[in-house]
Design a protein around this ligand. Structure first.
Ligand SMILES: [Zn+2]
Ligand SMILES: [Zn+2]
Length: 577
């Protein structure tokens, strides 16, 4: 018997479905020999009444998933549970089930199955928490209709017994009612007076949900291709996702694009259209990226990381692959600009260039050459941020559950562009004009998309209204990007290959365009630095007061659009709005 949560009534996008729900247990991530999972499980131990039978499949109403996890083919999972349970049993509690640690195993499995990562307002992972059935019975979908956020205030958390604003109700899934509902049990298992402290969770709709429809949230990163999502869900929860996105045939546009690669044969000097092992090719590309990121994290050299990632994006990866039935073939593999590895690369590049820029400024603030280079890197960082936001937004247009990613990336792009617009680097080229400040952000109005009116839209979103608003925002953002893209990408040969970072529709119309353009137009790293005369001519166009103001306006638009989307998926007072 499985459980799910369904909508109690018709629900619009952008409505809270639950009051803040306090956790059953919570553990912070910190340096400790005992893992967060074990510490969270230990906190549940005293709440269970004494019993001498083996633990039921559900505790506190939540599936422990013990049988499945303990029969996992992955030996690491099994040993983690066994050793964790033994460690729990040494923490001073006499064992309830003779010598075995069945209850400890069950609690640990319950935590592994039901815990969610708690993030603070800056997206930092704080710890894990387990919530009662009102949250934990919400099933997963790779195209979910709800999201959740955490609520940290202790003072005015509405009382848990307040179910007046609970818009979801439990239901039996598959409707096999052979077992009584009492078996499913609930938080009544918790001893009276048991304190439930820690961050609360609030569930919110991100799409329109009809009365009686199952409410779903993501258990995994939705910007991963299907195979990766399925592998993660299997290793963590031992289930095969059969959501509509996973079972779509042919696969959805987003899932195809997230792993779209092209192959080019140097020998034939043309695109390689024969069959080759795409999984193997994707694996090699993933390995390359993992290696670059691991090296970056351990050695901490952002310059080498940028070089290697841009090389992959620009030149592709040369590798030997097995060709169906015909042995080996050497191919140059290239990522689609919306491939999930490309998206990861944009994220890393935006952050690495920002670090390089800050490092240079910290080094010597009086040196003009340093300041110029720092300014260039700050522009490149903003460029990658904007590219990431545009790319994710494009995917979001076909898969509306990507709204949270789109919101996050638009806000980051906005912040990055505002930092750039306020950079002292402009003083190297233009006489300091009117400083752009926070106050101009508040008074900024745009007659085309009536920006400030949009910011005041706080209620649940109507679908028609939403499409209209997001269209107008994107229109403005596209127009402004066209004005400043040359300036932003001036010192980054790779970014210059993207003609329009907001509009990727050209790519989907002709799937050959992106790789043809990339293969034919080989990039000459030094080409844009022509003679001295042309440098100053280009600089005269690139670093003007007008460009600076346009970048500022673009930043305000990105922030406002990100805030508008965040308002739908996180609510009015979220960190992003
Ligand atoms: Zn799925
Ligand atoms: Zn506008």
């Amino acid at each position: 018997m499985e459980m799910e949560m369904r909508a109690r009534e018709d629900i619009k996008a952008g409505q809270d479905l639950t009051p803040p729900l306090p956790p059953l247990t919570f553990a912070l991530h910190h340096q400790s020999p005992t893992s967060s999972d074990i510490r969270a499980a230990l906190r549940l131990l005293p709440s269970l009444p004494s019993t001498s039978t083996s633990p039921p499949p559900r505790l506190f109403g939540l599936l422990t998933n013990r049988d499945r996890l303990m029969s996992s083919p992955d030996p690491d999972v099994l040993s983690m549970i066994r050793e964790g349970a033994r460690e729990m049993s040494t923490h001073g509690r006499p064992n309830l089930y003779n010598d075995d640690v069945a209850l400890e195993e069950a609690l640990l499995c319950l935590v592994m199955t039901n815990a969610v990562e708690v993030q603070d307002n800056n997206g930092r992972m704080l710890g894990i928490a387990v919530y009662d059935h009102n949250f934990s019975w919400i099933n997963h979908s790779c195209s979910p209709n709800a999201s959740y956020r955490f609520f940290f205030s202790h003072s005015n958390t509405p009382s848990f017994s307040n179910h007046s604003n609970m818009l979801i109700v439990p239901a039996f899934f598959n409707d096999v009612q052979t077992q009584g509902k009492s078996d499913v049990c609930s938080t009544s298992q918790l001893k009276q007076g048991c304190e439930r402290y820690g961050p609360s969770i609030i569930v919110r709709s991100i799409k329109r949900i009809n009365k009686g429809e199952a409410v779903t949230v993501p258990y995994t990163d939705l910007l991963q291709p299907k195979a990766m999502r399925q592998a993660e869900l299997w290793s963590k929860y031992q289930f095969v996702c059969c959501c509509k996105r996973c079972t779509a045939s042919p696969p959805t546009y987003v899932d195809r694009t997230l792993e779209e690669i092209s192959a080019y044969s140097l020998e034939l000097n043309s695109r390689f259209d024969h069959h080759f092992n795409r999984d193997e090719a994707n694996q090699k590309l993933t390995d390359y990226m993992d290696e670059v990121v691991t090296e970056y994290l351990s050695v901490g050299d952002p310059e080498s990381c940028c070089k290697k990632m841009e090389h992959l994006l620009n030149q592709g990866l040369l590798c030997e692959l097995s060709e169906t039935g015909e042995g080996k073939v050497v191919l140059n593999l290239r990522l689609h600009p919306l491939h999930h590895l490309a998206l990861n690369a944009y994220t890393t590049l935006a952050s690495a260039y920002k670090i390089r820029s800050n490092d240079l400024l910290a080094l010597n603030s009086d040196n003009d050459a340093h300041n110029l280079e720092a300014f260039n890197m700050s522009r490149t960082s903003a460029g990658y941020s904007l590219l990431l936001a545009g790319a994710t937004d494009y995917l979001f247009q076909s898969e509306s559950s990507l709204i949270a990613s789109a919101a996050n990336f638009w806000v980051s792009a906005g912040e990055s562009l505002l930092t750039l617009a306020r950079s002292s680097g402009w003083n190297l080229f233009v006489k300091p004009g009117k400083p752009v400040s926070n106050s101009s952000l508040k008074t900024h109005k745009c007659s085309k998309c009536s920006l400030m009116d949009r910011l005041e839209v706080n209620g649940p979103a109507e679908n028609a209204d939403f499409g209209n608003i997001s269209c107008k925002f994107l229109d403005c953002i596209s127009n402004m990007t066209r004005k400043v893209w040359n300036s932003i990408t001036y010192s980054c040969a790779h970014l210059q290959t993207y003609k329009d970072p907001i509009n990727f529709s050209r790519l989907s119309k002709s799937s050959n365009l992106w790789d043809l353009q990339a293969h034919c137009g080989s990039i000459d790293e030094g080409s844009h630095f022509g003679s001295e005369g042309s440098i100053s001519r280009i600089k005269a166009q690139v670093y003007t007061e007008e460009v600076k103001v346009s970048i500022f306006q673009l930043g305000v638009h990105c922030l406002a659009y990100g805030g508008y989307l965040a308002n739908i998926c996180y609510g009015k007072n979220s960190h992003l709005t």
